[in-house]
Design a protein around this ligand. Structure first.
Ligand code: SAH
Ligand code: SF4
Ligand code: F3S
Length: 484
């Protein structure tokens, strides 16, 4: 098993080609072609869309493959070594493409954005001279200017961590751009993190925690809803600690923001990610009971089941707090699906401490989870700790943990079979005549139905379970496609 294997559909590290098509270009005679490839978390997915929207008025249209592009942006992730190293294999491939383009008299510009850009800055250009521009996450609103400057002066690096709200300065997406992206969308409501877990690079790559004002979030969500989006996942590394300035000037917390977003016409479903156990407030737990739009799914990373390891990670809570929060969430919303993140082989982790993690998993019962081998990251306190765990031990523990989590996920999905659930259909399936959507519990559901169902929320009877997916039938016979 590898570091990056997990027990759910990939969330981090999976390459995500940018969603297209983007807005029609304004002004420029012939459009320039832009390809954005994102790695990492959902925030990078959101950022990729905003980059496309910000470059659209400059005459850029997005394309599906790097081979067609005039500008390639790699939107990178630094969270684990494997994620960061992927960038360099991509850059090797792009070097070949760039040389081929030059031989044809064409110019291919290569930009690196995201958390590796922030962490490595000028070192990237030294290590990979194919890179024309390095741009950190706080500077995306300056992309048009930076791209123009890098065209004349390749090797430009912009990684300032400024407190200004880049989101206010990024271009809003056009209705056409949003419509091309489907019916479920991410909206970043908080950037950065100030928690400083000892293993984590995020406070360094994204800066301190900043919450966007309520009005800005509301404007984003309203625009998305007007373009047909039905489901919003609000994002932050510590999203349940959201404290954005409200229209009244007072700070609003997440439950109040969610209640307000639920009033936006067209928004039928709300989710949030990622939460910290300590910030799981009574009000937020009550929202899972009282706000029908808030989906019964909670991603609450715990990382470890050992109190000593949790303390060494600077998570600032023990296993009992986790159990207590889960009990309260389940009391408020008994059918809630619980998901989590785990790290195995944190420095000094003993067999007994790993057994505590296995015990926690057995006691909680997860619907899905992501699990990783601890990866020492430059500049983090844990990387300098003694007693680093050998890779073979990490692999063994990851295999055992993932087997348990997989079994729990299969059991959770199997228990859904026979039930009727509301599915929001998002995209065509792989097989002809099939479409795919999400259940309230964030399970992928495949159904035989026509494309006219995309964007609709309809009752589906779940009839079978695959390895990570469910198969269903439309409950309403009238909505079923007519057999020919
Ligand atoms: N803000 C979120 C986590 C963001 S990073 C939270 O606190 O829950 C996503 C996940 O990557 C983390 O939950 C953790 O499980 C994993 N991760 C982060 N740093 C890591 C490291 N150095 N090695 C292995 N996994 C790591
Ligand atoms: Fe990283 Fe911890 Fe912040 Fe999550 S809460 S982003 S793990 S420092
Ligand atoms: Fe990766 Fe940066 Fe997200 S390190 S997980 S892309 S915040």
């Amino acid at each position: 098993m590898t570091d990056d294997q997990r027990t759910d559909a990939p969330r981090t590290d999976a390459p995500r080609p940018c969603p297209g098509p983007a807005a029609a270009p304004r002004g420029a005679a012939s459009p320039r072609k832009l390809y954005v490839k994102s790695f990492g978390c959902q925030m990078n997915v959101y950022d990729a869309e905003r980059m496309i929207d910000t470059l659209a008025p400059e005459g850029f249209i997005s394309v599906e493959v790097a081979e067609d592009a005039d500008l390639v942006v790699l939107n990178t992730c630094h969270i684990r070594e494997k994620a960061a190293e992927k960038v360099y294999s991509e850059l090797g491939r792009l070097r070949v493409l760039k040389e081929a383009a030059a031989a044809e008299g064409r110019k291919l510009m290569v930009a690196v954005a995201g958390c590796v850009a922030q962490a490595e800055g000028a070192d990237m250009v030294r290590r990979a001279p194919v890179v024309d521009l390095v741009v950190g996450p706080q500077s995306y609103h300056r992309l048009p200017e930076l791209v123009a400057r890098a065209a004349d002066r390749p090797g430009l690096v912009e990684t300032a961590l400024t407190p200004e709200d880049k989101f206010d300065r990024l271009a809003p997406p056009s209705p056409a751009a949003i419509a091309g992206r489907g019916t479920a969308a991410f909206v970043t409501i908080q950037e950065g993190c100030s928690r400083f877990c000892t293993f984590c690079v995020v406070p360094g790559t994204r800066g301190g925690e900043v919450s966007r004002p309520v009005a800005a979030v509301l404007a984003d969500v309203t625009r998305l809803a007007n373009a047909g989006v039905r489901e919003i996942t609000v994002l932050g590394q510590n999203v349940n600690a959201y404290r954005g300035e409200g229209p009244d000037g007072a700070p609003w917390k997440l439950p109040r923001l969610l209640a307000r977003l639920a009033e936006v016409p067209g928004i039928a479903r709300l989710r949030y990610a990622t939460s910290h156990p300590r910030a799981m407030s009574d009000e937020l737990i009550a929202a899972h009971r009282d706000l029908p739009q808030l989906m019964p799914y909670l991603h609450l990373p715990v990382q470890s089941g050992s109190d000593r390891i949790l303390a060494a990670m600077n998570r600032r809570h023990g296993r009992d707090l986790y159990f207590e929060r889960i009990d309260r969430v389940r009391a408020a919303r008994p059918d809630i699906a619980i998901s989590s993140d785990f790290i195995v082989g944190f420095p000094g982790e003993t067999d007994a401490e790993f057994a505590d993690t296995m015990d926690l998993v057995r006691r909680v019962g997860f619907a899905s989870a992501y699990s990783f081998k601890y990866s020492p990251r430059p500049g983090t306190p844990a990387a300098a700790m003694e007693a680093q765990v050998p890779d073979a031990v990490k692999s063994e523990r990851l295999t055992a943990l993932q087997a348990l989590l997989e079994a729990q996920q299969r059991a959770f999905n199997a228990a859904s079979v026979g039930r009727t659930v509301e599915v929001l259909f998002e995209k065509p399936g792989r097989l002809p005549g099939q479409i795919v959507g999400k259940s309230p519990h964030l399970q992928a559901v495949h159904v035989q139905a026509g494309p006219e169902m995309l964007g609709r929320i309809v009752p589906v009877r779940l009839v079978a379970v695959g390895s990570h997916t469910l198969f269903g039938e439309l409950e309403d016979a009238a909505a079923r496609p007519i057999a020919v």
